[in-house]
Design a protein around this ligand. Sequence first.
Ligand code: GLU
Length: 279
Amino acid sequence: MSFVTRFAPSPTGYLHLGHALSALTAFDAAREAGGRFILRIEDIDQGRARPEFEAAIFEDLAWLGLEWEKPVRRQSEHMADYEAALRQLSERNLVYRCFRTRKEIADAIASAPHEAQEAFRGEALPPSEEDEKLAAGEPFAWRLSLKKARAALGPAYFALVFEDETGLVRAEPERHGDVILARKDFPTSYHLASVWDDALQGVTHVIRGEDLRDAAHLHVLLQKLLGLPQPVYRHHRLVLGEDGKRLAKRDQAATLRVLREAGKTPDDVRAMLANAPSP
Ligand code: GLU
């Protein structure tokens, strides 16, 4: 069986120990399986992504001893792909326009997929009301309709399962509600782009942190609706900083570049990860 996995960081800050654990876990798994390791740059959030962070990702990962296939896929260069995927869903009436406040929509689309979104349920407005809002130029988001997805898939919706390190899990897309897949002026969200690219790049094993465990419940539904193959999921533990708090991009002390400048070696990083506390 082939084994293809990936590390998919967003260049919105410097990589820290948590990212190192994700990258090393995926890279080591690929090595062990005699498989392939892909690095993908998830920079759809062009308001926050910065070229210097992308350059730092390459530098930090190379220093850690990782090797990846070239060229690296940069999501911002493939927006048309995600737009086409969204169109597939909208042509089948599986998404609807949701006109909520600009701020709610902007918050929900941010490429940081770790924050739980409100499990929203809704439906399309009556056509006359929708036309009025469109004519007035009101912003909107495209939401996946779980109701329509259920109707489209029938019994297959309830039979959706995926494999992770705990065994076979029944998918519960309801955890996410009607998730935002795109917005008026922005053709994709993390969920849609990530699922699309995993399939396009032939990823067989998605390896990422515990904090994204819930995402699989939605991703397998998107795969089913879009006719994409389903990968196996593996979630690794999260690591906390020395202060016992979750690492965030703003925690400079735990960034790989600060550790490197302080004279740490890649082996030191592996040792720190092995000893780091978990939540
Ligand atoms: N770009 C996402 C992140 O920053 C990747 C999540 C994933 O691996 O699917 O965490």
